[in-house]
Design a protein around this ligand. Structure first.
Ligand SMILES: [Zn+2]
Length: 179
């Protein structure tokens, strides 16, 4: 069984536009901009032996505002730049009632099955409460980046920067290994 880090795409791996306190995910490859702070984060955690799995809700696919082709171009570039082991997408809309749209934990369960992940010893990195909730449902430890979207529900840690999150995970990891 392997340990994984589940990383939210929008707001962590790539930058997002914000309008009226709402994050707007990019809809074309041209407006897709990598978050440079995520590179050392991923390299550190990959170096520590974790699987790195990006997860993302992209309802624009169902709504027709985001094409598969543009999304694939974005994801090809993410896979090239970051040492990701997988990248899982929920393409459904809010009303579809699927089990993979976060805060549902479907993508985490899919990854666990596919990659033999020990969810109880895995971590979530996100700037949104939905990821913390999905993680909690399956026993992952959530590390939230301070943002307007973390909500008031359960989360395990809230930190002010990606380097602080990487440091905290490595510290917790040392504790797990010693136990
Ligand atoms: Zn879904």
């Amino acid at each position: 069984m392997k340990q994984a880090i589940f990383i939210e795409r929008d707001g962590i791996l790539n930058l997002v536009k914000v309008e009226k306190q709402v994050q707007l995910a990019p809809v074309t490859f041209e407006e897709f901009a990598i978050n440079p702070a995520a590179l050392p984060l991923c390299e550190h955690l990959k170096g520590a032996g974790f699987l790195l799995i990006a997860t993302t809700n992209q309802p624009g696919i169902s709504r027709g505002t985001l094409s598969r082709r543009e999304m694939d171009r974005m994801h090809d570039s993410l896979r090239k730049l970051f040492p990701l082991d997988d990248l899982l997408v929920c393409p459904h809309d809010v009303d579809d009632g699927c089990t993979c749209r976060k805060p549902q934990p479907g993508l985490l369960m899919e990854a666990a099955f596919k990659h033999h992940v020990d969810l109880e010893r895995s971590f979530i990195i996100s700037d949104k409460w939905q990821d913390a909730k999905a993680g909690r449902a399956v026993g992952c430890t959530s590390m939230l980046l301070q943002s307007p979207w973390i909500g008031t529900g359960h989360h395990d840690f809230v930190l002010s920067s990606l380097p602080a999150i990487a440091g905290k995970i490595l510290q917790l990891q040392t504790r797990y290994l010693a136990a």
